[in-house]
Design a protein around this ligand. Sequence first.
Ligand code: FES
Length: 365
Amino acid sequence: MALRRFDLEAGGDTFAFKPETEEKIAFWRGKYPAEKQRSAVIPLLWLAQKDNDGWLSEPAMREVADRLEMPYIRVYEVATFYTMFRLQPVGKYHIQLCGTTPCQLRGAESLKDVCKKEIGNPMYVTDDGRLSWEEVECLGACVNAPMVQINDDYYEDLTEDSFQKIIGKLKNGVEAQAGPQVDRINSAPEGGTATLTDPALFDGSRNEVSRLPSLVEDKEADAPDASSSGKPEESAPTNTKREVPEKSNTGKTTLISNKEKEELAGERPETVEVAAEEQDDLKRIKGIGPKNEGALNELGIFTFKQIAAWTPENVDWVEDYMSFPGRIEREDWIGQAKTLAEGGETEFSKRVDAGDVPSSQDDED
Ligand code: FES
């Protein structure tokens, strides 16, 4: 880290924010309550630095302290701690050159030589007032090492040659293109993307495969029907869906894969016939949204009473089937169901009934 000296003389006796900066000051101050206004010290110092030709004079710091009703020393401590604040005059284009290990290993030393040759020693301002430079610690762009920051922009993947050209442009008052100075976008591979190039990865066509393998099929109509296909049940692949004998009173048939049926832990809850008008809104149970309610209905579960009567083995089976181990107990579905089955209310069911949970809670996965 370069030695930082505070230039007490160069700043004169006065400083004033530019009129157009007042709105920004109000914005930053507005982020903090009246008794915490000093929390805005960094943004105000930053604005003061911008209004003071890129550095902080003593009057500028005092102005910030007065605005925030802070002791001067507190503002001084902040300004001298952060290297983003300059304590002596800088050029119109001030270069912060990263000299930390990744940049150093990738050629920062040669960039330093360019600065010394083209500008002079650190913090020296060229006679035309255009350029100055200093060495700083990592600027967080190591993947594009070596790099420099010039005013507010990063110039990355530099070589001695490309850096020299940038400085040459700035010397002549010509803006130089910021960003990587090689053929890459941000920190993507040089020459273009080399992996994940299949357009199908980004056109949404792969969304289908993101389904968990043990979830109930959304579209029963699309599911293969072993009995109607005439194929013997044994011939169905073990990872495809087929119908199991139990049917719910919706007339729909529950679809479970052979593998799931064989491996599910616990015991399947009893399926009952429930007239449509006697079915409960299971979404009044916290943890059951439209998707889970649909899945439960397909299993023949329609009422709070049914859920309230689940045994631990039933819970194991449903959790295994719906692929969310531990959730039924964690969310206390059975306790909620008992309360609701007896005509009571829960905090969540009250919110559902009041319309505060429009979809009766989305399913969480
Ligand atoms: S080491 Fe230079 S940006 Fe991190």
